[in-house]
Design a protein around this ligand. Structure first.
Ligand code: FNR
Length: 191
């Protein structure tokens, strides 16, 4: 069957460029990848006391999605030269409780779009450091720093430029290979 991929979109904005990009990338994943797109804006703001009192339902749902995923694809805007609070909040929640980091070992790839020319390069550098700490094998190449306008990728995820489409197709091909190579296949329980 297809490999399961959880897609984390770092913006909950109506008309998000990064959501359009994520949709476009999912459409290029063909039938070898099956995608879940959890709603990160349902999560409360991380608070360790809340976690210690019992994992909130939306966090538990995200945890199940991540546990079931063979890999993770992160598509995020850049906010003030870093990743968005929405994305950081999700990463923080599932890094806990201590000793039960749900992200460990999940192969991951990252991409991002902005209206400006730098195309989220600063945010992605920060994100790579976080993913290293979370112990996630992170795809190094190709990098996706996209300056995006609504006409390049429609809200439905149609890519109107052939060279962009070919580039993202190659990225998704490499990503499939990355997940297949690095995913953890748990040994069946003994006895
Ligand atoms: C931005 N934006 C932005 N862009 C950028 O290239 N580098 C940056 O550091 C920032 N910082 C920033 C901070 C905040 C608080 C906001 C709201 C916006 C602009 C950003 O690229 C633009 O809003 C994108 O459209 C965001 O992506 P979505 O929401 O369309 O996916």
């Amino acid at each position: 069957g297809p490999l399961r991929v959880a897609v984390l979109v770092g913006s909950a904005r109506q008309g998000s460029l990064n959501r359009s990009l994520a949709l476009a990338m999912m459409r290029l994943g063909d039938d070898r990848l099956a995608f879940d797109v959890p709603a990160l804006d349902e999560l409360p703001l991380f608070n360790q006391s809340v976690l210690e009192a019992g994992m909130p339902q939306p966090v538990a749902r995200l945890q199940s999605t991540i546990q079931a995923a063979d890999g993770v694809l992160i598509v995020t805007p850049e906010h003030n030269r870093s990743i968005t609070a929405l994305l950081k909040n999700a990463l923080d929640w599932l890094s806990r409780p201590a000793g039960a980091n749900s992200w460990t070992g999940k192969p991951v790839a990252i991409a991002g779009a902005s209206a400006g020319r730098l195309g989220t390069v600063a945010a992605q550098q920060h994100l790579r450091a976080i993913l290293g700490y979370l112990d996630m094998p992170t795809m190094g190449q190709p990098e996706v720093y996209l300056q995006l306008t609504a006409s390049l990728i429609t809200p439905e995820g149609d890519i109107t430029d052939e060279s962009t489409k070919a580039f993202l197709q190659g990225y998704m091909h490499k990503f499939h290979h990355w997940v297949r190579t690095h995913r953890r296949v748990d040994a069946p329980a003994l006895g």
